[in-house]
Design a protein around this ligand. Sequence first.
Ligand code: ADP
Length: 362
Amino acid sequence: MSDNVILSLRNIRKRYGAARPADDFSIDILRGEFFSMLGPSGSGKSTILRMIAGLEHPDSGEIRINGADVTNVPPWERHLGMVFQQYAIFPHLDVAGNVGYGLRRSGLDRAARADRVSELLNLVGLKGFETRRVTQLSGGEQQRVAIARGLAPGPDILLLDEPLSALDEKIRREMQAELRSIQQRTGTTFIYVTHDQEEALTMSDRIAVLNQGRYVQCGAPEQIFRAPATPFVARFFRGSNLLDAQVSAAADGRRDVAICDRRIALADNGRPADAGQIAVRGEAILMGPAAATADLTLEATVVSSTYRGLYTSTDLRLPDGQVMTATQSGGQPLDVGARVAVGMQAGDIILLDADHAAPGAN
Ligand code: ADP
């Protein structure tokens, strides 16, 4: 295993009755990365995180941290920190007491512990808050305390389970930027669980998209956003259109794709040659004069068109009856029933794999 891998999950299975929060789940997480597990509620994210923490035990499979098998090692010997959605701070302790809680058995003397607490409070933007009562802090401040407490003992990995979801929108956005900055400044590996696509896209080095205890795609945010692997991932990132298409292998190794009987040759993106669906993002759809010179041009009928401030959203019916949504920044709404040319560039048409497929360990 590469030295660069800090955590390795190998063929993890976990069942609760009919639920399978981990179904042969394998993944490698790299030292110092901000790694997010993204998926809808019930996809297994929290259970997998709790197994990494040692709070749940897998039915089978292996968990390795820094190359050592920790599958049967208790949580407190795994050198991990945890931050949960519920603030989980101790109301009877002041801020310094909370942050320093995990340092009591660290072997540091009182002065060294106080220095470490101040350093962490600085890091999370709570300088001088040592003697404040935690019950008097705002939700965002309480979560900063929880993050400082998780980081205080210098864990190899910080596990975060939807830590921002109880905060209001504005604070949440601020905290996203700040969490990313804290992660970069400390160099600690963060494993972050969320159902919020924007949160994962904003903060992560890599994202694994989970569906029913398996990950269906893992990669850099832009890669997943721009080139979803399956219909599930495409639907999860709002703004993608899924269209049925006839896909076959072309002689030169490319893919021959027909949408409404218009043909286009696409580069082989490693997806099966018989995949029957493509994704195209709404903002990549060209309309009017720009559509005429696109790699693929179709005639469509406007079903509805709505001005939404930053963009105009237009539902378009294609000749074979499929409807897709184009979003144009600014723009004027179009008349319902109008015939318009719509175009797509080859690089914006993403061939999808079938939903049942799950990649092997990366
Ligand atoms: P997520 O974090 O993605 O919302 P979870 O890991 O919490 O998903 O849950 C995955 C599935 O496992 C769900 O169907 C959930 O009901 C089930 N599950 C999780 N924990 C338990 C448990 N302690 N007992 C029974 N079922 C559970």
